[in-house]
Design a protein around this ligand. Sequence first.
Ligand SMILES: *Cc1c(COP(=O)(O)O)cnc(C)c1O
Length: 221
Amino acid sequence: MTSIAQNINHINSQLPQGVRLVAVSKFHPVERLQEAYDAGQRLFGENRAQELAAKAPQLPTDIEWHFIGHLQKNKVRMIMPWVSTIQSIDSTQLLQLVNKEAARINRSIKVLLQLHVAKEQTKSGFTVEEVLQAANEGAFNTLSNVTIAGVMAMATFTDDMQQVASEFETVHDTFLALQKTLNTPNFKEISMGMSDDWPIAVEHGATIVRIGTDIFGAREY
Ligand SMILES: *Cc1c(COP(=O)(O)O)cnc(C)c1O
């Protein structure tokens, strides 16, 4: 068994039933993704539009591609034929555009609303206040080609695991509040947890974890 296969099996053996693993394959060549695929992995996450659009055609068609990075408006069209889910919707304008581009090519895709709960200013996403206000104003209603399936977030990059846990708790609370307002069974996913913090994320209700380094090793930028 390859080390990638071992890593995937090891993580899966620790994930509770119903929590899905997205293999974050950014910066790794398609050969490494193929290894993960051969080990049974079908969900992959990429954070750059060009990279996703270059890799996807080289790999099996039953892969579910999740886009997890900041998405510039002029890159939406590039990824639209490939992605099953865009996890990083960080504005209502981007959401509208994604819906329009999905309609243009007759696709229906899932999206997650990205929440900004970390301390770093550099991370993007709706603040808790913004997302609740947008939900109340109906910004997430009636989109023909997009299903809003839940939320996504990243915790602060820190050794302080109390801080990380409290941010994941905020994500969970916000998810519950949104679920109440949106009142649709489609809204059910919480994507949080990376190599350094996924067990804490799972404790706080993650349904999707996004793991790169612990599967593929360190990235070479
Ligand atoms: C890179 C990345 C990950 C995975 O990070 P690792 O620490 O390598 O597991 C998860 N989520 C997002 C949004 C990322 O950009």
